[in-house]
Design a protein around this ligand. Structure first.
Ligand SMILES: [Zn+2]
Ligand SMILES: [Zn+2]
Ligand SMILES: [Zn+2]
Length: 121
């Protein structure tokens, strides 16, 4: 019998902690036109962008994503970090009940609660 005691929010925290621990190469294009190429732990990207690439200011301040190959519009700082995680750091949220995974945590929750073929009813 599958345990109903284990909440999926717990799963999500475990997944998120794991994602925060991984390292990715920063491909932000600097003033000289070359990518940064530093290894940065995912949880430090927000700091890294502020310290090394001038992405600072209020959470609502607008910044263009300068990741290599990215043609996105401007984001405010919070959205930029979310965009980085989804598009460039390849964060994925696996469904706890089946093998599908999702770019957004909320999409995974929706799937789990409504569409998952193995959902716990
Ligand atoms: Zn960088
Ligand atoms: Zn981008
Ligand atoms: Zn599923």
């Amino acid at each position: 019998m599958y345990s109903n005691q284990w909440s999926v929010e717990d799963d999500a925290i475990l997944i998120e902690n794991g994602l925060q621990e991984k390292y990715d190469v920063c491909r932000w294009i600097d003033g000289n036109g070359m990518p940064c190429n530093q290894w940065v732990q995912d949880k430090d990207f927000s700091n890294h962008l502020r310290m090394h690439h001038g992405v600072g200011g209020a959470p609502s301040s607008q910044h263009r994503c300068r990741w290599e190959g990215c043609r996105e519009r401007e984001f405010n700082r919070d959205c930029l970090i979310r965009h980085l995680r989804e598009q460039h750091l390849q964060w994925r949220w696996p469904c706890p009940h089946c093998s599908q995974d999702f770019t957004r945590k909320n999409t995974m929750f929706d799937h789990r609660d409504r569409n998952c073929p193995h959902r716990v009813v």
